[in-house]
Design a protein around this ligand. Structure first.
Ligand SMILES: Cc1cc2nc3c(=O)[nH]c(=O)nc-3n(C[C@H](O)[C@H](O)[C@H](O)COP(=O)(O)O)c2cc1C
Length: 186
């Protein structure tokens, strides 16, 4: 009987079934200057299974040991933040990754399509499992800078700040939860 249980324990298939039962190990990491991306990170973290960790992007030293990593960041300067870009380039090659992104633009804005493509390109060396994005509130400080800039388009966006206030709202956070749940439950 003892021998039989030892044999079962060392059997590769039995081991992989055991791992499946334990569920996947997930890391949720994010960068958030004004709290918008952190709200989405928290919603995702709530929605997924038990084997999980949440860390700020600057605290991540490795993605080894995780079956999936959610990487969250704001769009800064028409593309991914530098911190997110370097994590994806230096630590995420070949890893299962899902991106979640916040930005101050309306979700159907034309220029946003290009910026999101740039975000996706920055994860080209990963095994990209999905991408979520939603609007976040534009900080007053950034809106002021934009309004004062020489660029007419930026000045227009800055004036539009009031339309971003309160984002990401409850509907968007629920959308993030549903997306994350679907990705982790297969
Ligand atoms: C320096 C800077 C540059 C930004 N550039 C853009 C941009 O190009 N496009 C955009 O839609 N939002 C831009 N934003 C707005 C942020 O992406 C948006 O407010 C985001 O939700 C902030 O997330 P956080 O609160 O997690 O930092 C910028 C914000 C900052 C601070």
């Amino acid at each position: 009987m003892w021998r039989l249980s030892k044999l079962i324990e060392s059997w590769p298939e039995a081991k992989s079934e055991e791992t499946e039962e334990e569920g996947m190990k997930v890391l949720v990491t994010y960068q958030s200057l004004t709290g918008n991306t952190k709200k989405v990170a928290t919603a995702i973290f709530e929605a997924i299974g038990d084997q999980k960790e949440m860390k700020e992007l600057s605290q991540v030293t490795t993605l080894e040991g995780y079956d999936l990593t959610f990487v969250g960041f704001p769009i800064m300067g028409f593309g991914p933040s530098q911190e997110a870009k370097s994590l994806l380039a230096n630590q995420a090659a070949g890893k299962n990754v899902a991106l979640f992104i916040t930005h101050a633009s309306p979700e159907d804005s034309e220029p946003l399509k290009d910026w999101l493509r740039t975000c996706k390109d920055s994860a080209a060396n990963t095994n990209l499992k999905g991408m979520f994005h939603c609007q976040g509130e534009m900080s007053e400080q950034i809106a002021d800078l934009m309004v004062k800039s020489d660029d007419a388009q930026l000045a227009e966006w800055g004036k539009d700040r009031q339309h971003t206030v309160g984002q990401p709202d409850a509907t968007r956070l629920q959308r993030a939860r549903d997306w994350a749940k679907k990705l982790t439950e297969g």
